[in-house]
Design a protein around this ligand. Structure first.
Ligand code: M6R
Length: 370
């Protein structure tokens, strides 16, 4: 790996973070057709009759791909009305899961070769379930063995800490959700049209989000010696909190945990002490009042809070110590731009701590052994 491969960036992780606007564009390309209200998912070959009798969907995945799957659950249940469970593949494969021919499985894997996800998928297939694979590597085993496959277009991801693959998985799930909603007739035309428009604006929103890079570098540098950190959020922000926390753990080796903000009061709140660093994700307009109440409680107990909020969300700015603003997009799609500051924070902190950012200790890019 010479420096030229990194196109001037000091690490692949930073290069890959910066590639995200283009990756979003590529994953949407040819699937959103300008002037048309149809989403072209011809590659996945999913028709209305494939959904006949489907009474539940199950996502199987590991790590970052599992976090993307959690976001998928919120969206598919909301727009397509199909119940979705999200399962950690390494758990699912070793139990007797209640899936059958009326279950539709989504196996998400950047590499398409993760042993746990592959085995979970095979187990579901043996029980008669049909499989949709979401993968980034054409010709890899998971999409090859699936009944339907949807490729993300992130390009090769070299950094062990996944960034652009996660964003492309979110985009694939956004597209799939709208397709399922259309096939099930569960979405009205105006909502559908607005969401299509919002999807096509995501590359530009991600580009704008990258402007926070300098601020995240300064923040990470200032807190580089911290020993613990907590990520909180409600709804889709909880799924995002898990991903932010994983990025920090794997690149910075800092003990970090993510909780649903409402659940925090049922025990973990006792962890809060003067100066505890909390990343509070409050990008969901529909949950803003609830998030603000949680945020105030945490501030009252002395935490240092950095919040993520939608542009113009003044109240969050009045309570948190610092706010990073996320460009305006409908709640369902905010995770795609909002993950960027969390990735940048982890990256800059790992670099400031002198870690081998692209190859964190004890980790490999793809866990292919059982
Ligand atoms: O290739 P996969 O998406 O199946 O990999 C799953 C996980 O091993 C992977 O996402 C891992 O958690 C990353 N290191 C996260 O950054």
């Amino acid at each position: 790996m010479n420096k030229a491969d990194k196109r001037g960036y000091p690490h692949y992780m930073l290069k890959e973070i910066y590639e995200q606007p283009e990756v979003i564009e590529n994953t949407l390309k040819d699937r959103l057709i300008p002037g048309s209200e149809d989403i072209n998912l011809s590659d996945i070959k999913l028709t209305q009759s494939d959904l006949d009798g489907v009474h539940r969907m199950v996502v199987v995945a590991c790590g970052t791909s599992y976090h993307a799957g959690l976001a998928g659950k919120y969206l598919i249940e909301k727009f397509a009305g199909i119940p979705v469970e999200v399962e950690i593949a390494s758990e699912f494969r070793y139990r007797d899961p209640a899936v059958d021919k009326n279950s539709l499985i989504i196996a998400i894997s950047q590499s398409g070769e993760t042993a746990d996800t592959l085995d979970a998928m095979r187990k579901a297939k043996q029980k008669g379930a049909r499989i949709i694979a979401i993968s980034n590597v054409a010709g890899s085993t998971i999409p090859r063995e699936a009944d339907h496959s949807l490729y993300t277009c992130a390009g090769p991801e070299i950094s062990i800490a996944s960034t652009k693959a996660y964003t492309s998985q979110l985009i694939a799930l956004y597209l799939l959700t709208l397709k399922l909603a259309q096939l099930k007739g569960g979405i009205d035309r105006e909502t559908y049209r607005q969401r299509l428009e919002a999807l096509s604006s995501l590359p530009e929103k991600a580009r704008k989000m990258l402007d926070c890079s300098g601020e995240m570098k300064e923040l990470a540098g200032r807190h580089k010696d911290m020993e613990k950190i907590i990520y909180l959020g409600r709804g889709l922000d909880y799924a995002l909190a898990l991903e932010g926390s994983l990025k920090l753990k794997e690149t910075c080796y800092i003990h970090s945990a993510a909780y649903p903000a409402g659940e925090f009061r049922h025990g973990p709140m006792a962890l809060v002490e003067e100066g505890l660093f909390v990343f509070f994700l409050a990008t969901q307009d529909a949950l803003l009042d609830k998030s603000l109440a949680n945020l105030r409680e945490i501030k009252d107990r002395g935490a240092y809070v950095v919040a993520l909020a939608k542009e113009g969300s003044r109240e969050v700015g009045e309570v948190a110590d610092r706010v990073i603003y996320v460009p305006e997009v409908p709640d369902e799609f905010t995770s795609a731009p909002a993950v960027i500051p969390l990735q940048l924070f982890a990256y800059y902190m790992a670099a400031a701590r002198g870690h081998d950012v692209d190859k964190p200790r004890s980790l490999v890019k793809s866990v292919t052994d059982s």
